[in-house]
Design a protein around this ligand. Structure first.
Ligand code: GLU
Length: 449
């Protein structure tokens, strides 16, 4: 027989699925939060009457637009762009822009939904949004990316602004693109202002914004280890990806005495059994094409074509690539090789089956909405700097970032009573969902007339 929580979840998911049929990533994210937050909702008359969770599943609006641009041969190219303005309950809409061929409305809706809970956990006045386009910057020339960025921002500019909606970067969108788009927005709006975060420092960006997600991930992981009386010193860490999050997480982990043993890309995984050196890391980040598959022998790195990082023995896993990158087989490989702790640098990197396996095996897991919140948190600090016409030094930003990550960790620990397994181990995933839900539900109730 089903218990009450299961029946509640089933009927809630039926309602949401009817409204968002076929949007698999979005429904996956909703199911995870519904599982953890529905019982909290049903225990409160005010939350139940306000239908909080159902309302949190509906974006305020979704803007969709075409992005037409010319490639280097003068041919017309047509892409699709979107901005999901999920909620401005806690502050201006806030969240990144992703340019990747796998971007769909479902992917952006799941990211915007997750962003609402993540931003709520930071304690900063940030609403939630996500946007992007089905454009693949890989293999495009600098001039093509610039033309695309220009066309993309021309379409999006009327919908954003410092008090309205403040996009940032994500997969495929970095400081260079954000600087260019920031300039396009300013020209169109006819004023200076921080309508985008993650800009180059020279254009009003914050120190350490590029590093923030990766550094924050390592600060959060260190707090998890501290909670069980351990440290990063000497730990073997498997990291996926080699983009912005992965590379800065790797550097910060190395500076704390950990050994980073993997990084990965679309073609396969780079393995450094004794740990990457800074030179080896630089080489992997810069390598491209077939040359990337043949690291110089003196770097202590090998390349495993087509392999994921998760078969390499590691104490800690930091998936930092993309959603659903860790499958059930990967999860089994992780536990077989002794991994005990996992913290998500990417958003929703585990498939449902992978998550269930790791949970059953007692692996401590920090969900992305807590562990990778450092990026959006420093975006929040960039907004404060822009609004105050000021510039903070790196030490000040770093200390705020560390405080925010430790405070998020503490908030989750405070949920321990209702969020732990039979053996008393904290369930960080449930704690993040419950703590984020409470912030959003209380704001929603307070805003109702
Ligand atoms: N894209 C990042 C995230 O997933 C950062 C968002 C932002 O800085 O607005 O949280």
């Amino acid at each position: 027989m089903k218990d009450r929580a299961e029946s509640l979840l089933e009927s809630f998911l039926e309602t949401v699925t009817a409204r968002h049929a076929g949007e698999t990533e979005f429904l996956q994210a909703v199911a995870e939060i519904g599982r953890d937050a529905l019982t909290i909702e049903k225990a409160s008359n005010a939350y139940t009457q306000a239908r909080v969770l159902e309302r949190l599943c509906e974006a305020d609006r979704i803007i969709s637009f075409s992005v037409v641009w010319h490639d280097d041969s003068g041919n017309v190219q047509i892409n699709r762009g979107w901005r999901v303005q999920h909620s401005d309950l806690l502050g201006p809409y806030k969240g990144g822009l992703r340019w990747s061929p796998d971007v769909t409305p479902s992917v952006l809706k799941f990211l915007a939904f997750e962003q609402a809970f993540k931003n709520a956990l930071t304690g900063l006045p940030l609403g939630a949004a996500k946007g992007g386009a089905d454009f693949d910057p890989t293999g495009r020339s600098e001039a093509e990316v610039k033309r695309f960025a220009h066309a993309f921002m021309t379409a999006l500019a009327p919908h954003i602004g410092p008090e309205r909606d403040v996009p940032a970067g994500d997969i495929g969108v970095g400081a260079a693109e954000l600087g260019l788009m920031s300039r396009v927005w300013m020209r169109q709006a006819g004023r200076w202002g921080g309508a985008l975060t993650g800009k180059p420092v020279a254009l009003g960006g914050s120190e350490l914004r590029a590093e923030a997600t990766g550094y924050g991930l390592v600060y959060f992981t260190a707090a998890m280890l501290d909670e069980i009386g351990d440290t990063l010193e000497g730990k073997r860490i498997a990291i996926s990806g080699r983009g912005n999050v992965s590379r800065h997480a790797a550097r910060k982990a190395m500076s704390q005495g950990a050994r980073v043993v993997t990084l990965s890309g679309r073609a396969g995984t780079w393995v450094a059994e004794d740990g990457f050196t800074h030179d080896a890391l630089d080489w992997v980040i810069a390598a491209s094409g077939d040359q990337a598959k043949a690291p110089p022998a003196d770097l202590g790195v090998t390349f495993r074509e087509g392999a994921s990082p998760w078969g390499v023995a590691a104490d800690i896993a930091l998936p930092c690539a993309t959603q659903n990158e860790v499958t059930l087989d990967d999860a089994r490989a992780l536990t077989d090789t002794g991994c005990r702790v996992l913290a998500e640098g990417a958003n929703m990197p585990l498939t449902r089956e992978a998550e269930a396996h790791l949970t059953a095996q007692g692996v401590l897991q920090a969900p992305g909405k807590a562990a990778n919140a450092g990026g959006v948190a420093v975006s929040g600090l960039e907004m404060q700097q822009n609004a105050g016409f000021s510039h903070w030094n790196a030490a000040r930003v770093d200390s705020c970032l560390r405080d925010i990550m430790c405070t998020i960790h503490e908030k989750l620990i405070n949920e321990r009573q209702s969020c732990c397994s039979a053996d008393g181990q904290i369930d960080y995933r449930r704690a993040a969902n419950v703590a984020g839900y409470r912030v959003l539900a209380d704001a929603l109730i307070a805003a109702d007339i």
